[in-house]
Design a protein around this ligand. Structure first.
Ligand code: PGA
Length: 262
């Protein structure tokens, strides 16, 4: 699953995260999303859906990249209530999120576990969007860069490669709050993450797409995606309905000012 177009024409990855929302009837929203995305060939539109919707969405909307929100680190076994990466793949998922801050905080996920989940997902043939992001305390204490780069270093899976891995920077205090990170903070953080990826992986670190997430809407998507080292966005609330998600896809497909390209 190549999710970034760093060779030749640069495109954007617009990923939606439906969290624990959506029934079969909500899949009608994907119809409009799928139709619009056909008009923007340089935009990859991916939806991390509840596991219960993956099979239906994959069958109904083949031009959307359908994925999951989490995958267990083990391939199989006595893990009541959990779903393995291979099961998700079989259900029709093409990728999965791992390490979302809601899973890290509410389910006590450590960096080591997030790394194992990413590796398990890759072994099962899934693309991975690995999420990192600092707390409000870290941001206010001036420790955001160190915290997030540290998370990346601890979570970076074996064999990390832009062909299957993307990274999403999602400050915890920006998720679902209506308060996105400032452009200055996003540029600084994405620059630091790119340097960390290069330090770990050499030049192939440039192939890993860097997404910003946290209160992305139609109002701020275009400005965010024009920033250096922002290869796309991860969108929660605004991805639930076509009327709020489609303008973000359109913003991703719009020509950005030459100065913002690098
Ligand atoms: P939000 O969520 O867009 O609703 O802030 C983002 C996320 O949690 O991925």
């Amino acid at each position: 699953m190549r999710v970034v177009f760093r060779e030749g024409e640069r495109g954007k990855l617009v990923a939606g995260n439906w969290k624990m929302n959506g029934s079969l009837s909500a899949l009608t929203e994907l119809n409009a999303i799928g139709q619009v995305s056909r008009g923007f060939p340089t935009v990859v539109v991916a939806l991390a859906l509840p596991a219960t919707l993956i099979t239906a969405a994959g069958a109904l909307f083949p031009n959307l990249i359908v994925g999951a929100q989490d995958a267990h680190a083990e391939a199989a076994g006595a893990h009541t209530g959990c779903v393995s990466a291979a099961m998700l793949r079989e259900a029709g998922a093409v990728f999965t999120l791992v390490g979302h801050s809601e899973a890290r905080l509410r389910q006590g996920e450590t960096d080591a576990l997030v790394r194992r989940k990413a590796e398990a997902a890759h072994r099962a043939g899934l693309g991975v969007i690995l999420c990192v992001g600092e707390s409000l305390e870290a941001r206010e204490g001036g420790e955001a860069l160190g915290a997030v780069v540290g998370q990346l270093t601890a979570c970076l899976p074996q064999g990390a490669d832009g062909a299957w891995l993307a990274l999403a920077y999602e400050p915890i205090w920006a998720i679902g709050t209506g308060r996105s990170a400032s452009e200055v903070d996003v540029v600084e953080m994405h620059g630091a993450l790119r340097l960390a990826l290069r330090a770990a992986l050499g030049r192939s670190g440039d192939d890993i797409a860097l997404l910003y997430g946290g209160s992305v809407t139609a109002a701020n998507a275009q400005r965010l995606m024009a920033l250096p080292e922002v290869d796309g966005v991860l969108v929660g609330g605004a991805s639930l309905r076509a009327d709020s998600f489609v303008p973000i896809i359109e913003a991703a497909g719009a020509k950005v000012p030459a100065l913002a390209l690098h």
